[in-house]
Design a protein. Structure first.
Length: 173
């Protein structure tokens, strides 16, 4: 009984250790961003949040995820940006608008060299994300190329969504 209690206590202690938390920032990403001179903040999830100025006086937020996924022997990191909300359709006109937005995302994904569009969220509050999945050990120069491409592509689609959904508050992401 004592051994089981000690083992359980050790597991709980290790689980409570911030170094073991899923929201711990990956220091290798921070080092690369620092070497590039890119400004960032680490969010509550441990992801790196960057703000880029894009065309037309607009801006775009991009996240470099600290969490890494694996597929076989590959380690994959996501770099993503939100382009806008896809509200739940209330009538036939909204359904047509939503279909146009989804179709536009699919067609845009076909033209992208890296990444694609995904919808994430609950049924009534879907968000369009542009997501690039890259090797986790991507070099600094390639990381900069990807984060800037994600910012540009996501902002372009955000501008399209603003027109489709007749958004009053522009450049929200």
């Amino acid at each position: 009984m004592k051994k089981a209690t000690i083992a359980l206590a050790c597991l709980l202690l290790a689980a409570g250790n911030p170094a073991n938390a899923a929201n711990t920032a990956d220091a290798s990403v921070g080092k690369k961003l620092d070497a590039l001179g890119l400004k960032y903040e680490v969010d509550d999830d441990g992801d790196y949040k960057l703000l880029f100025e894009v065309d037309g006086g607009r801006s775009q937020v991009v996240w470099v995820r600290s969490a890494v996924e694996t597929l076989g022997g590959m380690r994959i990191r996501e770099i993503l940006s939100i382009s806008g909300k896809a509200p739940k359709p209330a009538d036939d006109g909204d359904i047509v608008t939503s279909a146009m937005a989804a179709s536009s995302a699919l067609m845009a994904s076909n033209r992208q060299k890296l990444g694609g569009w995904v919808l994430k969220g609950s049924d009534d509050k879907q968000m369009f994300y542009y997501v690039a999945q890259v090797p986790a050990d991507l070099g600094a120069d390639d990381l900069e190329l990807v984060v800037r491409a994600v910012a540009k592509d996501a902002d372009g689609f955000e501008a399209l969504l603003e027109v489709l959904y007749q958004v009053e508050k522009k450049d929200a992401y």
